[in-house]
Ligand binder design. Structure first.
Ligand SMILES: NC(=O)C1=CN([C@@H]2O[C@H](COP(=O)(O)OP(=O)(O)OC[C@H]3O[C@@H](n4cnc5c(N)ncnc54)[C@H](O)[C@@H]3O)[C@@H](O)[C@H]2O)C=CC1
Ligand SMILES: O=C(O)C1=N[C@H](C(=O)O)C[C@H](O)C1
Length: 233
């Protein structure tokens, strides 16, 4: 499979390693200073770039009929536009706030726990995410997905960074050294608390998930999620 990398930073380099180990070719490394792209040799593209670059990269891939895996976070105000452009061009597209198997299992666990807690008003939910100091967006895309998972199963109406109103989920974002990504969901009552936590030890899980998603999407058309890729119910 001939892969184009959009964004050749920390994740782009990790994805390159994993893709080569799985016998794929990296035919383009597109970064901020790239002036020309030869789309004819690309089977699939993987974007881990920057919040202000992702939507343009998505448009470019869809118009040029290149299936795209997008892991870049912090651009979701344009997600519905990306879906529309994919459909208009009969393209193939996956965005996931987190491509690791562990976090996708954690998303399922989070929804299950939220469903159980939905009627137990004595518990207040809160979330914390910790990442490296170079991260541009806050809260993390993963924390937003976790909050959406809780909102779908409970009466919470939204989420907010730091201080939230009573019916909103407060999310704390911490930036500590080179932390790859730690997410905690906490339910607190007067008498006890319940906490679920996912800790990434490095970036390999994110990169492997993105390459697996690229292999999966190759013969497909439409907009998909990691739930489709991993066949999670
Ligand atoms: N969904 C997931 O599983 C994960 C998502 N991420 C997200 O991926 C993104 C990248 O993360 P890192 O690699 O750690 O960041 P990074 O800062 O190390 O790399 C980003 C790269 O994108 C390049 N870039 C800037 N403008 C560009 C453009 N117009 N076209 C192509 N490349 C451009 C930068 O020059 C840089 O080399 C972030 O949004 C991060 O939140 C990171 C890890 C996992
Ligand atoms: O920027 C990162 O590094 C990460 N970003 C993603 C996010 O915003 O959730 C996924 C992972 O936590 C690492």
């Amino acid at each position: 499979m001939n892969i184009a990398l959009f964004g050749y930073g920390k994740m782009g380099k990790m994805i390159e390693q994993i893709a080569l180990n799985r016998n794929h070719n990296i035919v383009a490394k597109i970064d901020v200073d790239t002036t020309e792209i030869n789309f004819s040799e690309i089977d699939v593209a993987i974007d881990f770039s920057m919040p202000n670059a992702a939507f343009n990269n998505i448009k470019m891939c869809m118009v040029n009929n290149i299936p795209l895996i997008c892991g870049t976070t912090g651009w979701l105000e344009d997600y519905e536009n990306a879906v529309r452009i994919c459909k208009e061009n009969n393209g193939a597209f996956i965005y996931a706030s987190n491509f690791s198997l562990g976090v996708n299992l954690f998303f399922e666990l989070n929804s299950y726990l939220a469903k159980m807690m939905g009627n137990l008003k004595q518990y207040q939910v809160s979330m914390e995410e910790i990442h490296h100091t170079q991260k541009l967006d806050a809260p993390s895309g993963t924390a937003i997905t976790l909050a959406e998972g809780v909102i779908n199963e409970t009466d919470y109406s939204g989420w907010k960074l730091d201080t939230a109103n009573a019916n909103e989920i407060p999310i704390t974002a911490k930036r500590i050294n080179d932390t790859p990504g730690t997410h905690t969901v906490n339910y607190n009552s007067e008498v006890d608390s319940i906490e679920i936590k996912h800790t990434a030890h490095n970036r390999e899980g994110f990169a492997l998930g993105a390459v697996v998603a690229a292999e999966w999407i190759l013969d497909k058309k439409g907009v998909f999620t990691m739930k489709d890729v991993l066949n999670l119910s």
